[in-house]
Design a protein around this ligand. Structure first.
Ligand code: PLP
Length: 402
């Protein structure tokens, strides 16, 4: 499809501008975003409007009301669909809203088998919002395939897979989960937030839908909250568009613009995130003050082989166990200057946190211990600053807390 081969009377941007024959970085820059036909604007305008003029009653240009549709949102949905090798993209106001909408495709009595160390907000949504509405959830260690098979019931409609997980960076075999789901007549849904479509393509491995918190690497600059579901399943996509319009948890046009802007450099950022994270993981592995390093790219990672076969890179998150107490871990993360002490991840700036005291503080200590979140565990979201500065920042923190 040529850039100027676009019918000016047809809804813009076209949802089929997926550019499947082009490489990842080219799609990240162009998919869903041919120049705007009326003015030639190269960047997708922010359509800050709630409604659209109609030429006549019952006649419109593809857009009637902005909860139902907005061209900036369409561009983002199409670009994300393209990057995930999907035919449909449906965007929401946050990752949690995207997860909620997936749950709203279910009925009371339906059952979900979920990874046991899903994102905390996902766990809260499943157990405190959807379980009381009559949807059943079983949480299992998805590295144990027999346990997953045993958890599937006749009423199981969805397998919820998160890989790599947070903060232990456990890797789940997506193709195996898709097979188990399909054998039981269920859908396999993968939260691909940590790997991003640059490093992992769940739909190509057999999954039915991909969920993202675009707040993280896709936005990439820690300046927007968003979520998305990408799928090639027409029935599921239609249901999600109905939910988006009916429940109204859609993103605004400014937020879609920021995510589109972030996407244009996703491939460049992910290469740097992974290069620096890998280098820091190697360096920390040899550090006398570190008891363990968790990074899927390390040969000693328990699921390194699966990571190497289903991912094209190992991502930008590194966790490590600092020798000593929780108090030392807390002092360590407060001592860094380049790494910012904060929750969240995936931005250009490096972040550092102590899961036991921050993101996973609500998990009871005994459960934390059982699943492997040590008091001294420190999680890094490795940004795109100079590696030498990241290393000397951590070196200073090691020395200051000795
Ligand atoms: C942050 C996150 C979510 C939730 O997304 P929000 O945009 O914060 O609502 C879901 N899954 C994972 C893996 C996340 O990191």
């Amino acid at each position: 499809m040529s850039k100027f081969d676009i019918d000016p009377g047809a809804p813009w941007p076209p949802r089929d501008y997926l550019l499947p024959d082009l490489g990842f970085g080219t799609r990240a820059v162009h998919a869903g975003q041919p120049p705007e036909p009326r003015t030639g604007a190269v960047m997708v305008p922010i359509y800050q409007t709630s409604t659209y003029a109609q030429p006549g009653v019952g006649d419109h240009l593809g857009y009637e009301y902005a909860r139902t549709g907005n061209p900036t949102r369409t561009a983002l949905e199409t670009c994300l669909a393209s990057l995930e090798h999907a035919t449909h993209g449906v965007c929401f106001s946050s990752g949690c809203a995207a997860t909620s909408m997936m749950c709203h495709t279910l009925r009371p009595g339906d059952h979900v088998v979920s990874s046991d160390d899903v994102y905390g907000g996902t766990w809260r949504l499943f157990t405190s919002i959807f379980e009381p509405l009559g949807i059943g959830f079983t949480f299992v260690d998805m590295t144990d395939h027999d346990a997953v098979r045993a958890a599937v019931r006749p009423s199981t409609k969805m397998l919820w897979v998160e890989t790599p997980t947070n903060p232990l960076l456990k890797i789940v075999d997506i193709a195996a989960m898709a097979n188990i789901a399909h054998a039981g007549g269920a859908r396999c849904v993968v939260d691909n937030t940590f790997a991003t479509p640059y490093f992992q393509s769940p739909l190509r491995l057999g999954a039915d839908a991909v969920v993202h918190s675009t707040t993280k690497y896709i936005g990439g600059h820690s300046d927007v909250v968003g979520g998305a579901v990408l799928t090639s399943d027409d029935d599921l996509a239609n249901r999600l568009f109905t939910l988006q319009n009916s429940m109204g948890a859609m993103p605004g046009p400014q937020d879609c613009f920021l995510q589109l802007r972030g996407l244009k450099t996703l491939h460049l950022r992910m290469r740097q995130h992974a290069a620096s994270a890998g280098a820091l993981a190697d360096w920390l592995s040899d550090h006398a003050e570190v008891d363990a390093v968790i990074y899927p790219g390390l040969p000693g990672h328990p699921q390194h082989a699966i990571a190497a076969s289903q991912m094209r890179g190992f991502g930008g998150m590194v966790s490590f166990e600092l020798r000593g107490s929780l108090a030392r871990a807390e002092a360590f993360v407060a001592a860094t200057r380049v790494f910012t002490l904060a929750e969240s991840l995936g931005g250009v700036e490096s972040l550092i946190e102590v899961p036991a005291a921050m993101t996973h503080a609500s998990v009871p200590p005994a459960v934390r211990k059982k699943i492997g979140i040590a008091d001294g565990l420190i999680r890094l979201s490795v940004g795109v600053e100079e590696l030498v500065d990241l290393k000397s920042d951590l070196t200073a923190a090691f020395e200051e807390t000795r």
